[in-house]
Design a binder for this molecule. Structure first.
Ligand code: DLL
Length: 435
């Protein structure tokens, strides 16, 4: 049992006090140790002494995904590499990934967040968890793993892929909890149905996140696998999974507010939005991170909060499901994809006979995301034989896979066949209905 009542259920006035104390320390820490923050605070005329508590947070400059790219790989770290024990990464807005470093204490804090979220769904050391999130630079696998280990569950570190083997393993090892992206969970459910083995599963709950999913998907997963399906939210930059988690009430995701301060801002005016149920962009400040702290980090995720005490007793605010983004990032099969990454690959290959006219179509078939890239050929290539066209399609597929980390279907189409727009080109068509 890892309900840390002293924190998770603390009166909000005490929580604000705790956040204020930690914030004051963290700001001095980043000012002393991270050039980017020092410069930005100096430019804004703010000294660490000006931040006396959470009421002063709005005075601080924002930080952005582009900062992680500009200071790639280690420029935003507040500790020397000798103190960093693990690295994680995810896609940036261009080909470059963003990298985040953890000290030993950061890993402990992350594991604590993971143990809290597993406790909140009723897991104990009697449970067996199959972690079917990817292990590696993606935070999903390790995040759940560390949390489960801290709580004493038996961990099956399965990682993703090899779906039939996943199901056999779940059955043979008697997994009681499944951790995966919701779309993969649904795919696993359908495969188990096809194999006719759903009644052989011992699952009771699933812990799903990393991509948008609807209440409809939740019902489908719950019905097909006979489990309760819980939502978890997080992002690589902050701490991967463990930023916010649903409890048994399934009424929003509790933000681990003793570690992360959440603000909601208007993405246009950048002013903080106070109060419940008001949609805005989520901005996080880490107040315990040692390795790679982030101050007023603009996630680009849109959402809202409820701040009343939950029926479960937790006082941490509850975050809605993310309701879209204030930038153009897509999440395809659980992987973050920026259209600019695709465009970059296409532009680099224009001399091979394609043009810069393209369209990206994202859809969902059988609960799996599909990614289609249509690119117009230049007239010379169009006049060429089919074999050259197919060869180039394959080159583009390979290049996209190496940049995006997922497969895309590339179709080279006739010159002038993609509809032109009179205003901004409509490059991306997302046919999934996820919000
Ligand atoms: O997806 C971390 C994670 C792993 C969360 C496992 C939950 C479970 P990134 O790859 O950096 O990190 O992607 C972060 O995914 O900004 C959101 O846009 C989206 N996202 C994460 N959780 C949810 C969710 C991990 N529950 C980006 N619902 C975030 C909708 C989510 N979108």
């Amino acid at each position: 049992m890892y309900l840390q009542k002293d924190f998770e259920c603390m009166p909000r006035t005490n929580l604000k006090k705790l956040q204020s104390e930690k914030l004051v320390k963290e700001i001095k820490y980043v000012y002393d140790n991270v050039e980017c923050y020092r410069k930005r605070m100096d430019e804004a005329g703010i000294k660490p002494e000006d931040i006396k508590g959470i009421e002063d947070l709005h005075k601080l400059p924002f930080s952005y995904k582009s900062d992680l790219r500009d200071y790639y790989p280690y420029g935003l770290f507040a500790r020397p590499l000798s103190d960093i024990v693990e690295l994680h990464a995810s896609s940036g807005t261009t080909g470059k990934r963003i990298v985040v470093g953890y000290t030993k204490n950061d890993l402990d804090m992350w594991a604590e967040c993971g143990a809290r979220m597993l406790t909140s769904i009723g897991a104990t050391n009697e449970d067996i968890i199959q972690v079917s999130y990817g292990y590696g630079l993606f935070t999903g696998g390790f995040g759940l793993h560390y949390g489960a280990e801290k709580l004493g569950l038996t961990v099956i570190p399965m990682s993703s892929g090899n779906t039939e083997r996943q199901i056999e393993t779940m059955i043979d090892f008697k997994a009681t909890i499944l951790a995966a992206t919701p779309s993969y969970a649904l795919y696993l459910a359908e495969t188990a149905e096809k194999m006719g083995v759903v009644d052989k599963l011992s699952l009771k709950a699933g812990i799903f996140g990393a991509e948008p999913w609807t209440e409809e998907m939740r019902h489908q997963i719950e019905e097909k696998l006979h489990i309760k399906a819980y939502d978890i939210y997080g992002l690589t930059e902050i701490v991967g999974p463990g930023v916010a988690f649903e409890c048994d009430c399934q009424a929003g995701m509790h933000v681990n507010e003793d570690h992360f301060i959440l603000e909601i801002i208007d993405p246009d005016t950048l002013e903080p939005i106070e109060g419940d149920d008001k949609l805005g962009e989520l901005v996080f400040t880490t107040i315990d991170r040692e390795g790679a702290p982030l101050i007023r980090y603009r996630t680009r995720d849109l959402g809202f909060i409820k701040s009343s005490t939950c029926k479960c007793g937790r006082t941490f605010v509850r975050l809605s499901k993310p309701r879209g983004r204030s930038d153009d990032m897509l999440i395809i099969r659980g992987v973050n994809v920026f259209p600019s990454q695709i465009e970059e690959v296409l532009l680099q290959n224009c001399d091979r006979g394609i043009t810069a006219n393209y369209q990206i179509v994202v859809d969902r078939e059988n609960n799996t995301d599909t990614l289609d890239v249509f690119v117009e050929m230049a007239p010379d290539l169009f006049a060429d034989d089919m074999a050259s066209i197919e060869k180039l399609q394959k080159v583009l597929v390979d290049k996209l896979r190496s940049v995006l980390g997922i497969g895309a279907k590339v179709t080279l189409v006739n010159p002038n066949s993609i509809q032109r727009s009179e205003g901004k080109a409509k490059r991306v068509i997302d046919k999934r209905k996820l919000v």
